[in-house]
Write a protein that binds this ligand. Structure first.
Ligand code: ZN
Length: 207
């Protein structure tokens, strides 16, 4: 049984973090890039649909593909820090975890932070908050990296979950390439048909 919605129960643990917005729009986010095949495919879809989104980049990937990172920014999308090497906070010492985020900060100019796997200890969360990072979780996880549903059911499910202000996580990594590139246009079309607009997460919101 897959849980697509972020459980509300955990939200009180991380005061000040973001799961959704008070906004009529949907926020599409893409984690783990830049990836030389997946990211350009997603950028093309977003451009065609005239949508701005947010890319939570891995520092290591930005270092490998600085040109793609630049393309994301030049296209008017926003970026966030998704750590340098994608560590699971639950299994990582605070010192190592924070160093990893700070290393990524050298490559990614953003105070938005999304913890890899959504796994971050409270002590790590508090420390990053005190350093000015704004942690952004998500409302809906798409499982685009390992999607067992047939395409049409998956698309319908993503559209069904849509509500004003929700934050969706997709991935621009090799594992999700087929699912995301093939289904994203239909998901966006379905949401537009229901009357939704789309918006990137602006870090200025939190200044
Ligand atoms: Zn990730």
């Amino acid at each position: 049984m897959r849980v697509y919605r972020f459980p509300k129960l955990f939200r009180f643990l991380y005061p000040g973090a973001i799961w959704e917005f008070s906004s009529p729009d949907i926020y599409l986010t893409f984690d783990d890039g830049p990836d030389p095949e997946t990211t350009p495919a997603i950028l093309e879809i977003l451009e065609k649909e005239n949508i701005k989104a947010t890319f939570f980049c891995i520092g290591k990937q930005v270092k490998k593909h600085p040109d793609i990172y630049q393309t994301i920014i030049e296209a008017g999308h926003t970026v966030g820090n998704h750590s340098m090497t994608h560590l699971n906070g639950f299994w990582t010492s605070n010192k190592t975890y924070l160093q990893d985020v700070l290393e990524a900060k050298k490559h990614i100019s953003s105070k938005l932070f999304r913890p890899p796997y959504g796994r971050i200890r409270l002590s790590q969360y508090r420390k990053l908050k005190s350093m000015g990072f704004k942690t952004v979780f998500w409302s809906i996880v798409s499982y685009d990296f390992d999607q067992p549903l047939p395409g049409n059911q998956y698309v319908a499910k993503m559209i069904d979950y849509a509500k004003p202000g929700l934050v969706y996580v997709f991935h621009d990594n090799p594992k999700s390439r087929q699912t995301t590139a093939n289904h994203l246009p239909l998901i966006i079309a379905g949401m537009k048909k229901k009357g939704y607009g789309f918006r990137a997460i602006e870090q200025e919101l939190f200044s």
